[in-house]
Design a protein around this ligand. Structure first.
Ligand code: SAM
Length: 394
């Protein structure tokens, strides 16, 4: 993956720059109200989710070519079609049930999955969406009304996780959008990275880690069997266990498919990853300065999938599979989706082969992105994991 130097970032347009100034004022006011600094996780939450201001909560275009980044469903409908085949397997094993998608973005994945399930003749009665951004909820509804007018009546936007649910849960690139704590190991203990106002703008400061963060890092070091090196900076999502607990709470029977860029804990906290996993996305440039372009750039952190597995097990789920996106797609029915390739017009062939390359090549999304499936209720392992399951590496 290519990381851009800050100096090569494009200039935001006037409206975006003004919006970002408003977000920066809001963040500075919150820092002042908090007595001079806030944790990095609080900062990340403010710039991504503050009502009407945060990156996901205000009106900018985020997904696709005109946005800041491209997710798998935005790359190609093939992603949703293969996933729909896996949903069909799980729904059959549950004897029916519904689909619940977390963080549906533009609504593209929901539309692709619903269309594909219609073709497979197994469209469920309900497709629920749990989306934290009111702005995105509105856009998802508009998009689905246009794309799947006959099916939109089956889609409902939930305010909170259902009390009881059987079937499939989908979350594509949601775990990486959960705010992370940033920390560094010092000789005398763990320090928390905080954000404070300096003379020339916001800056990072450190303070002794609060107990919850110190305990989380101690548990990581315990599991690794070594202390992290002095000066090592990394990330940990303290919100992740709660997110997985929410998923687990209502799932009576079925499978949750979680897609994200991520690695195992041993890889996440490897000595050479000494500056952590936080990345910023602005107009398709990836860089590492979260303190600029506030509210108009995305902040994300790669996922520690071992942490996801721990949280799942703690909440009574088991890990049905963990594999790279390329293997998930190839094991899950990509070949069946390519059956008509030879009879397609040349321009469609070229477009489709380009999309499949982006989804599957190791240097693109094929290897960095993983799928973890969490299960309850004795449902058979989805066939997408038959090709290469890496659960044993977690
Ligand atoms: C990176 S985008 C991915 C969007 C979409 N899934 C896709 O693949 O294009 C992250 C999405 O997760 C949503 N989100 C973030 N935290 C969430 C949470 N705790 N519950 C539900 N949605 C959340 C964001 O508002 C946004 O829609």
């Amino acid at each position: 993956m290519q990381y851009d130097d800050r100096t090569t970032l494009p200039e935001p347009d006037t409206l975006s720059a003004r919006h970002s100034e408003r977000v920066a004022d809001f963040v500075r006011a919150r820092i002042a109200a908090a007595g001079g600094s806030i944790s990095f996780a609080e900062f990340m939450h403010l710039v991504l989710y503050s009502a009407g201001l945060g990156y996901y909560a205000a009106g900018s275009r985020k997904f696709g070519e005109q946005g800041d980044f491209v997710t798998a469903p935005e790359v190609s409908p093939v992603f949703g079609r293969v996933l729909a085949r896996q949903c069909a397997e799980v729904l059959a094993a549950c004897g029916g049930g519904s689909i619940l998608e977390y963080g549906a973005g533009s609504g593209k994945l929901a539309a692709d999955v619903l269309k594909a399930l219609t073709r497979l003749d197994v469209v469920p009665d309900r497709y629920d969406i749990l989306e934290v951004s009111a702005d995105l909820r509105e856009r998802q509804e508009q998009f689905l009304r246009a794309e799947v007018p006959d099916l939109v009546s089956r889609v409902a936007w939930l305010e909170q996780p259902p009390v009881s649910h059987s079937g499939v849960i989908i979350a594509n690139e949601v775990l990486d959008a959960l705010p992370v704590e940033r920390f560094t190991r010092e000789v005398q203990g763990i320090a928390q990275l905080r954000v404070e106002a300096g003379d020339t703008g916001l800056q990072i400061s450190t303070a002794p880690a609060p107990e919850k963060l110190a305990q989380a890092v101690a548990a990581i070091e315990d599991e690794l069997g070594r202390q992290l090196p002095e000066g090592f900076v990394s990330d940990v999502s303290l919100g992740l266990p709660g997110f997985i607990a929410d998923i687990a709470k209502g799932l009576e029977q079925g499978v949750a498919f979680l897609f994200d860029y991520g690695v195992t804990r041993a890889e996440y906290y490897a000595r050479e990853r000494s500056d952590g996993w936080l990345r910023c996305h602005f107009r398709h440039h990836v860089h590492s300065d979260p303190l600029i372009l506030m509210g108009i750039q995305d902040l994300t952190a790669w996922v520690d999938f071992t942490a996801v597995a721990h949280a799942a097990i703690d909440n009574g789920l088991d890990v049905a599979g963990y594999t790279a996106q390329a293997q998930f797609l190839m094991g899950g029915g990509l070949d069946a989706e390519m059956q008509d390739f030879a009879s397609m017009p040349l321009d469609s062939q070229l477009a489709l082969s380009g999309q499949v390359k982006t989804l599957t090549l190791p240097g693109e999304m094929g290897e960095y992105f993983k799928c973890m499936a969490l299960r309850r209720g004795g449902v058979a392992t989805p066939s997408a994991f038959a090709l290469a399951d890496r659960t044993h590496t977690l």
